[in-house]
Design a protein around this ligand. Structure first.
Ligand SMILES: [Zn+2]
Length: 384
C-alpha cells in the first residue's frame, strides 16, 4: 500500500493546443507543474509520473470505433463529422496524439490509485464535454469517463463506488450522460444553468436512467451566482452527498471558470470560494478512506487556474495548509504566468441579489434529490 500522491504530467500535454487565440490554454497545467517542480515538491512529497499514450482499445471503453480511428489517423475531412474542424474545436496537426496523451494522463492517474496511491492529479485532463462519437466544447476525448471506466474494469463495481463532483461553470454533460445508466457512479454537477450557458442542458430533472436512476444530481445555478451561493452549495449539497455516498473513489473536475473574472461564463465566484471548497474536500479526505482523482477543466483566466491547481495539489497532499500554500503562491506569482495584478483571497460574502428566489428554489430541489439518492442507494446496496 502506497499512501502517496502522484502528479501525472509531461510536457507532451502542451500539444493539446487549438492554437493562439483559442481560450482553452494548455499552459495552465504546465504552470502548475512548473511551479511544483521549481519549488522542489517533486523531489520528496509528490511523485511526478509521465503519462502513456491511450491505446485504441482504451479509447473504445467510451468512444466509438469510427471516431477513434479517424482521430488517431487524423483524417481531417472525416473529423468534421465528429465535431472537429469548425467553431469551438478546430483541427490542428497532431490532434490525435495530443488527445491520446492527455487522456492517457487521466487513465494513468486512475491506475495509480488502483495500485495503492491515495491521490492522483491530472490537470491537463477534465475534458467533461466530449461525447462517444464527437468532440464538444474544447473537449476532444473524455478522459474522465475513460479514467472511471478503467477503475471499474479492474475492480468490482457497486452502487456509489465512485462519486464524480464537477464544479466547472459548465454542465459536465459528457460525463453525466456517459454514466447516466450506471449505479456504480453517482454524479454531481454544479454549474450555471443551461438556459444561459453552453451546453444548454444539465437541468434539475435530469436524474439518471435505469440502474442509474436518481443517482445523477444537477445543480443549475442562476447567472451571477456568487460566493454566498457557492458556499451554500458546498455545505448543503456537496458535503452531505459525500457523507451519503462515502465513495471508495472521488473524482473531482476542478474547472475554475466560475471565477468572477472569467470571460466565458456569468458566474461570479470569488477566489475564496475555491479555497473553501478545497478546505472542505481536504477535511473529508482526511477523515475518510476515499481515494481521489483530481482533474482540471475549464478556466479562462489561465494564471488563476494554474494557481488554484497548485494550491489544491499541496493542500490535498497534506504538505501544507491553505494559508501556507497561498503565501507561497503569492510570493511566486510569476510562476503561474501572473504579471502585475494580484488576486484577493479574502472572503467576500457577496450574494447574487437578482435571483435569490431562483437560487432558493434550486437549492431546495437539490436537497430533495439528496434524500432520493440516499434512499435509492441504500435500497440498491441492500439488494447487492
Ligand atoms: Zn467550463
Amino acid at each position: 500500500m502506497n499512501d502517496k500522491a502522484c502528479f501525472i504530467y509531461s510536457e507532451e500535454c502542451l500539444k493539446y493546443d487549438f492554437g493562439k487565440g483559442h481560450p482553452f490554454r494548455p499552459e495552465r497545467a504546465y504552470h502548475t507543474y512548473e511551479a511544483l517542480l521549481k519549488l522542489g515538491f517533486f523531489d520528496r512529497d509528490i511523485e511526478l509520473i509521465p503519462p502513456d499514450y491511450t491505446t485504441k482499445e482504451e479509447f473504445l471503453m467510451f468512444h466509438t470505433l469510427s471516431y477513434v480511428e479517424n482521430l488517431l489517423e487524423e483524417k481531417r475531412g472525416r473529423l468534421l463529422y465528429h465535431g472537429i474542424g469548425a467553431g469551438d474545436n478546430p483541427f490542428f496537426e497532431g490532434i490525435g496524439s495530443a488527445a491520446s496523451v492527455v487522456a492517457g494522463a487521466s487513465i494513468k492517474a486512475a491506475r495509480k490509485l488502483l495500485e495503492g496511491y491515495r491521490l492522483a492529479f491530472s490537470f491537463s485532463g477534465g475534458l467533461h464535454h466530449a461525447h462517444p462519437n464527437y468532440a464538444y466544447g474544447f473537449c476532444i476525448v473524455n478522459d474522465i469517463v475513460l479514467a472511471i471506466k478503467e477503475i471499474l474494469k479492474r475492480e468490482r463495481g457497486y452502487p456509489g463506488k465512485i462519486l464524480y463532483i464537477d464544479i466547472d461553470a459548465h454542465f459536465g454533460d459528457g460525463v453525466v450522460y456517459g454514466l447516466y445508466d450506471t449505479a456504480d457512479v453517482v454524479t454531481l454537477s454544479v454549474h450555471e444553468s443551461g438556459r444561459y450557458l453552453f451546453p444548454g442542458t444539465g437541468f434539475i430533472n435530469e436524474t439518471g436512467r435505469g440502474e442509474g436512476k436518481d443517482l445523477k444530481i444537477n445543480v443549475p445555478l442562476p447567472p451571477y451566482s456568487a460566493e454566498f451561493e457557492f458556499l451554500r452549495v458546498v455545505d448543503e449539497i456537496i458535503m452531505p452527498l459525500l457523507e451519503i455516498v462515502k465513495p471508495a473513489y472521488v473524482v473531482v473536475q476542478c474547472g475554475t471558470d466560475g471565477y468572477k473574472e472569467d470571460p466565458l461564463t456569468h458566474l461570479e465566484y470569488s477566489a475564496y470560494s475555491y479555497l473553501y471548497f478545497l478546505s472542505r474536500m481536504q477535511e473529508f479526505l482526511k477523515n475518510n478512506a476515499s481515494k481521489a482523482l483530481v482533474l482540471g477543466g475549464g478556466g479562462y483566466v489561465p494564471p488563476f487556474a494554474s494557481l488554484i491547481w497548485f494550491v489544491t495539489t499541496l493542500v490535498l497532499s497534506e504538505i501544507m495548509s491553505i494559508e501556507e500554500a497561498l503565501k507561497l503562491s503569492q510570493k511566486n506569482l510569476n510562476l503561474f504566468g501572473y504579471s502585475a495584478f494580484e488576486v484577493k483571497f479574502e472572503p467576500e460574502n457577496r450574494k447574487n441579489m437578482k435571483s435569490q428566489q431562483d437560487f432558493e428554489k434550486i437549492s431546495d430541489q437539490a436537497k430533495e434529490l439528496l434524500l432520493t439518492a440516499e434512499n435509492r442507494l441504500s435500497e440498491l446496496r441492500t439488494r447487492n
